[in-house]
Structure formats: structure tokens, C-alpha cells
Ligand binder design. Structure first.
Ligand code: KG4
Ligand code: ZN
Length: 343
């Protein structure tokens, strides 16, 4: 049994957690910065980085106190080293290096996306490798085969916006507060999902990827007509995203023998998305696993858990490991149009 301190600061959540390799979460704390960024309708990198510097040390103190653990008693320190907003990434990574150095413990530089990717295994001990992962967050929308710790094969990615980005942009168009995902989900409960005709980009296409930019533009036009109720636009938008995710995931399932379908990342907190993908898994005769909503959005328990999995596999890092703004899980995957590549 080993005990891992996990640290996270790659976007707008500061977080610390103490997790044991037997899946016990001894303590965890997440502090969002929603209010600081709200006036700007999105995350301001400079504000986020400064806030992490102020908030993260107090969270580390808190989880150690709550867990009744001295820093010398942890077996490793795991910190997100990317991808993300680089100023923020540097805060948890450097804090982690300092603690690892002071306590004489190994440092584990965790890919934030691997944190999301392995998070279901923290709460679902029966979930073995391989599994097909739909990773949907503010910055990513990918389908990956998770073959093992550190071993990923990307089947699809977005050619423009990420799924969470689409929620955030649609919310902004509807005058809803940031972050947009939870706000749209709430409003959609009172709307009619068939009221507003919206496109389903790439649905039915043989191309494996996702696209959401056209959907956002259609929401913009629907808002501009003044003909639709906001709750109907929210519900219709959410349904369009669900349809895109289900169609693209169904295509990937046809190309993968993985016995399980897993959904993770902030957008996986969405009830409609969880239900639709669960139904898809049932139709396709695959096991379905999705972490509880608190483990879908950014947190440090998933970083500590990825640290535990990596420590178990003997994967530790040197103290000069870099912070990375860009860090794909599948480094061999081709760039697609939209990702800096012309179609
Ligand atoms: O994983 P995450 O917390 O941070 C990143 O690594 O990006 O994901 C944040 C994204 C945001 O775009 C947010 O709007 C979206 O997840 N999100 C949701 C919900 N909760 C968070 N999207 C749809 N429905 C939700 N309930
Ligand atoms: Zn995330």
C-alpha cells in the first residue's frame, strides 16, 4: 500500500488530495476561481496563475491535516505537469517538486489528461484495461483506447472546439454565467429539446472526428432571431451535443474490441450525456463506467490516483521534468485539420 499526495492547478481549479493505492481517499480539497473569472466570461490565464499561488499551499496544509498525515509519511508526490495554462501548471508542479525534494520522496509528473483517463479506476476496481475512453473536457474531445498506464491510442479528436468549450460558448451566447456546462444543463431541464433545429456536425460521417464550431454558429443565429425561448435553445443544444457524442462514439466502438466504454472529463458530469452513453454501451454490449460528477470535473484525487498507478508501474520523474502547455496522451497521433493543420 502506498500513499500519494496529488496536486492540480492546470486550469481554474486549485486542488490537493491524499489517495492510497487501495483506493481510499484520505482527504481532498478543490477550490474553484469561478467568481474571479466570471466578469470575463472565461478563464483569464494570468488571474488563474496568481490565484493558484495564493490558494494551493493552504489546500495542501488542509488535506495533510485532515488525513492526519505528515509530509514525510507520503510515498510520492504527484503533480499535474501539463497540458494546460502554463502559468498555472507551473504552480502545482513546482510545489510538488519542492515537497518531493524536502521530504526525499519521488516526484510523479502527471499528464492531466491521464488523470481524467484513469479516474474511473479509482472508484471502479473491476474496470481493467483495455477500455474505450470518451474524454470530454473544456480543452479536449477525444476517443482513445486506453491500453494501460501511459499507453494510449487516439481514434478521434475534435477538428475545432472541444465539447466543454462548445457548452461554454453556447452559454455565453445565452447570457448564462461561466462555466457554461452546468448552467446549460440546468436551463435545459425546463426546455424542449426538439424546439430549435440545430445541426449535428459530422454525424453519419466516416471521418472519426468531432466538430462543434458549426453548432455554436447555429446557436448564435437562433439567439439572434429572437424567436426561441432560452430554455428551448439550451435543451436543443444539449441534445445536439449528445447526438454528436453518441454517433462518434458508436463509430469508434465499431473499430475497437475493448470490452468497456468509459466517459471522463468535466463534460461527463452532464446527466444527459451520462445517460445517453450508458444506453449506447448497453446496445453495443459493452460494460459502462463513468466516475461520479465530482471526479469528472477537475480535482486532485484523480492526479493522486494516476500517481499511484504510475508509481506501481515504476514510472517516476526527475526533478528537472518540464511543465508542458501541450502534451498529447498519444504522441504518435496525427494532427488533424483545425489543430494548426490546413485541411
Ligand atoms: O475537466 P474540466 O473540469 O476542466 C478541463 O480540464 O477542461 O472540464 C471543464 C469543462 C467546462 O467546459 C465546463 O463547462 C464543462 O466541463 N462542464 C460541463 C458540466 N460540468 C462541467 N459540461 C456540461 N454539463 C455539465 N454538467
Ligand atoms: Zn480537466
Amino acid at each position: 500500500m502506498s500513499l500519494i499526495l496529488g496536486l492540480e492547478s492546470s486550469c481554474d481549479d486549485s486542488a490537493a488530495a491524499l489517495v492510497a493505492s487501495d483506493r481510499r481517499i484520505l482527504a481532498q480539497a478543490v477550490a474553484g476561481q469561478t467568481e474571479a473569472h466570471r466578469p470575463y466570461g472565461g478563464v483569464v490565464p494570468e488571474i488563474a496563475a496568481r490565484a493558484h499561488v495564493e490558494i494551493l499551499p493552504g489546500l495542501i496544509r488542509r488535506v495533510l491535516d485532515e488525513g492526519g498525515i505528515a509530509i514525510g509519511e507520503v510515498d510520492a508526490v504527484a503533480a499535474t505537469a501539463g497540458p494546460g495554462l502554463i502559468g498555472g501548471v507551473m504552480v502545482a508542479l513546482l510545489a510538488g517538486k519542492g515537497l518531493a525534494l524536502a521530504a526525499g520522496k519521488p516526484l510523479i509528473a502527471v499528464n492531466h489528461l491521464e488523470g481524467h483517463a484513469l479516474s474511473p479506476r479509482l472508484v471502479d476496481p473491476e474496470l481493467g484495461f483495455p477500455y474505450l475512453l470518451l474524454l470530454v473536457s473544456g480543452g479536449h474531445c477525444q476517443l482513445l483506447e486506453v491500453l494501460g498506464v501511459g499507453d494510449y491510442r487516439r481514434l478521434a479528436t475534435t477538428i475545432d472546439d472541444a465539447a466543454g468549450e462548445a457548452f461554454d460558448k453556447a452559454a455565453k451566447l445565452l447570457g448564462l454565467p461561466y462555466p457554461g456546462g452546468p448552467a446549460i444543463e440546468e436551463l435545459a431541464k425546463h426546455g424542449d429539446a426538439s424546439a430549435v433545429p440545430l445541426p449535428r456536425p459530422l454525424v453519419g460521417s466516416d471521418e472519426p472526428h468531432f466538430s462543434f464550431a458549426g453548432l455554436k454558429s447555429a446557436v448564435q443565429r437562433a439567439v439572434a432571431t429572437g424567436d426561441f425561448r432560452p430554455e428551448d435553445i439550451a435543451a436543443s443544444f444539449q441534445q445536439a451535443v449528445v447526438d454528436c457524442l453518441v454517433d462518434r462514439t458508436a463509430l469508434a466502438l465499431r473499430q475497437s474490441d475493448a470490452p468497456a466504454l468509459v466517459v471522463a472529463g468535466g463534460v461527463a458530469a452532464n446527466g444527459a450525456i451520462r445517460m445517453a452513453l450508458g444506453e449506447l454501451a448497453a446496445r453495443e454490449d459493452r460494460r459502462f463506467s463513468v466516475p461520479p460528477p465530482w471526479l469528472c470535473t477537475d480535482n486532485a484525487a484523480m492526479i493522486a490516483w494516476a500517481g499511484a498507478e504510475r508509481l506501481q508501474a515504476g514510472l517516476v520523474d526527475a526533478l528537472d521534468v518540464p511543465a508542458r502547455a501541450r502534451w498529447p496522451l498519444d504522441e504518435a497521433a496525427e494532427k488533424v485539420r483545425g489543430a494548426g493543420v490546413k485541411a
